[in-house]
Write a protein that binds this ligand. Structure first.
Ligand code: ZN
Length: 305
């Protein structure tokens, strides 16, 4: 890739993380420091170490969450405890965070964890944020998460796309699993992104990339494939949730996996879409994860690769 197009503005840096944690974007200028997204709880100490190292003794003033999935806000509590930073969350999540409703916040439903944190301000579509002396526009990006926002800097042509657009795809369309609309919203979000003038996309996961149009094209065909048969979305969702659990725990027994499919609400709902008994479904999913290079089987243990 062209080094010039990948170049970040002064005061801005990306911590590209493994798949379990979202990427973090740090902004430093004379008047303020800010971080976008904080990763998963099991990597919280690593997130703090990365931030501390980069800040060289300065405080973190602002913490911004694109959305409140556990892999984007898992170190919020630790960062707040360490720095007392002001925290901005999407407006639609205020009620769930105020009451710490873990079901509504998706943590219980996905079998994931996130320590309780507080918020100070909200992010609304149309807001402007000043980060590293640049103006960033807050845009609504429903689809993967109905409340997600993305951040766009027109002056630099940079988009922080969260899980709405990755170089190859996007996050699971969770609302559709529960009978709510998500495919149409994701299509509209891709349309919105297509119309932005962007030279660099910083996704929630994976490396930053420059060819936004090609990524939008791939995302559209993926969305067409998933929305043509909702079972495909359900199957993808279970595999993503299983792969996430494996990444966190390193290994799980077949008994544990089977219990999760029965007990973790989002997995149970997705499995119900597939209308197969768990004892038939689980071996299929395991084979697909192995084929995708996400896991390997050793006797009764499935291990993360
Ligand atoms: Zn997400």
């Amino acid at each position: 890739m062209d080094d010039e197009t990948l170049k970040l503005p002064h005061g801005m840096q990306i911590f590209q993380r493994g798949w379990l944690s979202s990427n973090n974007i740090l902004f430093i200028c004379d008047t303020q420091t800010a971080l976008v997204d904080s990763g998963y709880v099991s990597h919280a100490a690593q997130t703090l170490a990365l931030v501390q190292h980069a800040l060289q003794g300065r405080q973190l003033d602002l913490l911004i969450n694109t959305h409140l999935h556990s892999d984007h806000c898992g170190a919020n509590a630790l960062l707040q405890h360490t720095y007392g930073c002001q925290t901005l969350i999407p407006e639609a999540d205020v009620h769930a965070v105020t009451n710490w409703d873990e079901e509504q916040l998706s943590f219980t439903a996905t079998g994931q964890e996130c320590p309780r944190f507080r918020f100070d301000h909200v992010l609304k579509a149309g807001d402007q944020l000043l980060l590293a002396n640049l103006s960033w526009q807050v845009l609504a990006a429903p689809g993967h998460d109905p409340h997600s926002v993305i951040l766009y800097c027109a002056q630099e042509g940079i988009l922080i796309s969260a899980d709405a657009l990755w170089e190859n795809g996007f996050g699971v369309i969770f609302p559709e699993l529960e009978g709510e609309s998500g495919f149409a919203e994701q299509a509209a979000t891709l349309q919105l992104i297509e119309e932005l003038d962007v030279r660099l996309v910083i996704p929630g996961h994976g490396a930053a990339f420059t060819d936004k149009q090609a990524a939008v094209g791939r995302a559209r065909s993926r969305l067409d494939y998933l929305s043509a048969d909702p079972k495909r979305n359900a199957r993808n969702a279970i595999k993503v949730l299983m792969a996430f659990m494996l990444l966190d725990r390193r290994e799980m027994t077949l008994t544990q996996l089977s219990a999760c499919l029965n007990q973790v609400r989002m997995m149970r709902i997705a499995a119900a879409h597939l209308a197969l008994p768990i004892e038939h479904l689980l071996p299929q999913l395991i084979q697909e994860l192995i084929k995708a290079g996400a896991a390997r089987l050793e006797g009764e243990h499935l291990l993360s690769c």
